[in-house]
Design a protein. Structure first.
Lengths: 331, 312
């Protein structure tokens, strides 16, 4: 790793190096084995204490990326490091122990909690798994403390998940993720299943917890206003590749990659006077990840594309304090 | 490009963090510490059909256990003068072709039938559940081996296979036990495997993996409890089916061996007299019907009671 520190001097907590993830589709006699290229050659650093947002449309590989970082999925190629250690070299037991430091919050608060476990059992599971406390009493006390921390009444320990609203369930999921005092939390669209007023509550909760516990977030989302509110840096993905990485405000102020520009343009504007007469929308279908276009993956939909874009894969280059993968962007 | 007008959530336009939910939303009834037993009790109080079925099953089991105290007659004592006697005060269901009290034999037959219903089914379902869990969870070769084995078992008509097994084992109750267990695990394994496959992809299982929970714990603590409704449905199907299978096997002459008896054997033995003395065959038939139905109704009720989503 060449740059283990960012400009603020923060250490790299987790890093992906040239990570590739392909999913095999069931075979087809005529066309042979089909492969979904979910993530292709992605390198990414997550610095300690930051919130890195991953944005992109559905199916662009952002959730896959989150799971690769946590090694819930094994990369087809490439290396994932956590605190400098290659996760592939760890044995099963070692990895299990390392999991204390990295957690995940899921999108769907209805699927992410076991319907047959009580809240107390759900939140105590990480504690029991890693045998944090010697006695049941201590564990119970910690569970109640966590429930208070995320804003669930501690009297509810014996309730089942379905007895809570979506927002409350998401809080339970957060409490479970916090139980082991992790360093990194991958938030996989944690608020997109909630209604807007609840979204704000959960975002504030995540924000406060980050300050309090010094957490690092990999925040996966497609909601740009949420991303702008919570993240320090943004990583824009398109069809399994990174288009642009940079500080949030700078990207919002002046997006460099054409795809980022379209993405920001597509955000609805609440003030009708500020709406442009004609919005430039992306046309055409998203190319299939089974057969991604050659060259720049965005060239089939990019209005600026030149011949070079369809032949040569653009590399992620450092331009003005951020990274952009586009032939046409120059410093 | 004007990005300043994108709706930004900031500290000013956010609603205050409500923190703890208001006390009004606590449903007092939900706060109590309900166990599975409590939920079943509540269900039995509300669901009259299930409650009645439960009573019927208990009564039948008690009758089977205390058969000698409920009837003055010996089950195997023949009495030629009472041959094919119609129902009367002394013999409430009459007597069979050897003059044995039909009611007494029905009680003793209950023992065999209830045991056949419960034991081989339980054994088969435990085997099937474990195999199904492993097949679904690990996939690959383990899955292939277990499922092809299940296919082999399912490829034969189960009754025929049970006949072969019990014939090879020289007949009798024990061989029927084994025969039924050997035949019935496959369906359970299939159903549990399918359920495991769908549960495995659920986010709460992924959450458990990300917590570092051991595989065996994930299987038995996360996936198995979520197979419970399927298991109860299977149980309510399998128990009556075993009783019917035993009846069929006995009817064909490879089940309970005379002079011991079972409901199925009684139907078989009384079949020749169906038109002249219909009560002889109908009585065990009705017993089978009542027992089987009771299990179905009770199973439905229990499944609903244990379903965390269906609660009121």
């Amino acid at each position: 790793m060449n740059n283990t520190l960012n400009h603020d001097g923060a250490k790299v907590l987790a890093a992906a190096e040239n990570v590739v993830k392909e999913f095999k589709l069931s075979g087809n006699i005529r066309r042979g084995q089909m492969v979904v290229h979910a993530v292709t050659d992605v390198s990414l650093n997550i610095y300690e204490g930051e919130t890195l947002a991953m944005v992109g449309e559905s199916g662009c590989g952002k959730s896959t990326m989150g799971r690769l970082i946590l090694r819930l999925l094994e990369p087809t190629a490439g290396t994932v490091r956590f605190e400098g250690r290659d996760l592939a070299e760890l044995g099963e037991e070692e990895l299990r122990h390392l999991r204390k430091k990295m957690q995940i919050i899921f999108q769907d608060p209805y699927a992410s909690l076991n319907p047959r476990m009580t809240v107390a059992q759900i939140i105590a599971e990480p504690l029991n798994t890693h045998q944090i406390y010697g006695s049941q009493k201590e564990t119970e006390a910690r569970v109640k403390e966590l429930m208070k921390k995320v804003g669930i009444r501690p009297e509810f320990t014996n309730r089942y998940p379905h007895q809570f609203s979506g927002g409350q369930r998401q809080r339970i999921g957060i409490a479970r993720a916090l139980a082991l005092n992790p360093k990194l939390i991958v938030c996989d669209e944690p608020v997109s299943a909630l209604d807007v007023s609840i979204q704000a509550q959960i975002l504030n909760l995540l924000h406060d917890l980050q300050k309090e516990m010094g957490l690092t977030y990999l925040f996966i989302s497609h909601d740009l206003s949420v991303v702008r509110y919570i993240s320090d840096r943004i990583c824009v993905m398109f069809l399994g590749k990174i288009c642009e990485v940079g500080p949030t405000e700078e990207i919002f102020r002046a997006p460099k990659h054409p795809y980022t520009r379209f993405l920001l343009e597509a955000v609805p504007k609440p003030n009708p006077h500020l709406r442009k007469e004609q919005k430039a929308f992306l046309t055409g279908e998203m190319p299939s990840p089974v057969k991604p276009p050659a060259g720049c993956r965005f060239h089939t939909r990019c209005p600026l594309a030149v011949q070079r874009c369809s032949q040569e894969v653009p590399v992620l280059r450092n331009i003005e304090g951020r990274q952009v993968a586009c032939h046409l962007v120059t410093a | 490009m004007q990005n300043s007008d994108i709706l930004i959530l900031n500290d000013q336009n956010l609603p205050p963090d409500l923190g703890l939910p208001p006390a009004e939303d606590i449903d007092a009834e939900l706060l109590d510490n309900e166990t599975m037993g409590d939920r079943i009790k509540t269900m039995l109080r509300k669901n009259k059909l299930a409650a009645a079925s439960f009573v019927v099953i208990v009564l039948m089991c008690l009758a089977a256990a205390f058969a000698p105290f409920l009837t003055p007659y010996e089950p195997n004592k023949t009495s030629l003068k009472d041959r094919l006697a119609p129902p009367s005060r002394e013999h409430i269901l009459g007597c069979d072709e050897l003059g044995r009290d039909h009611f007494t034999r029905l009680l003793y037959g209950t023992r065999v039938s209830v045991m056949i219903g419960l034991f081989p089914t339980s054994v088969a379902m435990i085997i099937g559940t474990v195999l199904g869990l492993f097949a679904g969870f690990y996939g690959g070769k383990i899955d292939f081996v277990i499922m092809r084995l299940a296919d082999v078992v399912l490829a034969f008509p189960s009754l025929l296979l049970a006949m072969v097994v019990s014939y090879t084992l020289k007949g009798g109750i024990i061989s029927i036990f084994l025969a039924l267990a050997a035949v019935k695990w496959a369906r359970t394994a299939r159903v549990i495997r399918a359920q495991t496959l769908s549960m495995k992809e659920k986010e709460f299982v992924e959450a458990a993996r990300s917590l570092g929970v051991k595989k065996s714990t994930i299987m038995f603590r996360h996936i198995l409890p979520n197979c419970l409704p399927n298991l109860i449905v299977l149980l309510t199907l399998n128990i009556p089916e075993s009783i019917l299978d035993e009846a069929s096997l006995s009817f064909l002459g490879i089940g309970a061996q005379p002079p011991s008896t079972s409901w199925g054997l009684m139907v078989f033995r009384c079949k020749p007299f169906l038109f002249e003395y219909p009560w002889l065959a109908i009585a065990p038939g009705v017993a089978i019907l009542v027992f089987v139905l009771a299990f179905n109704f009770l199973g439905d009720g229990v499944r609903d009671a244990l379903d965390p989503y269906l609660k009121d």
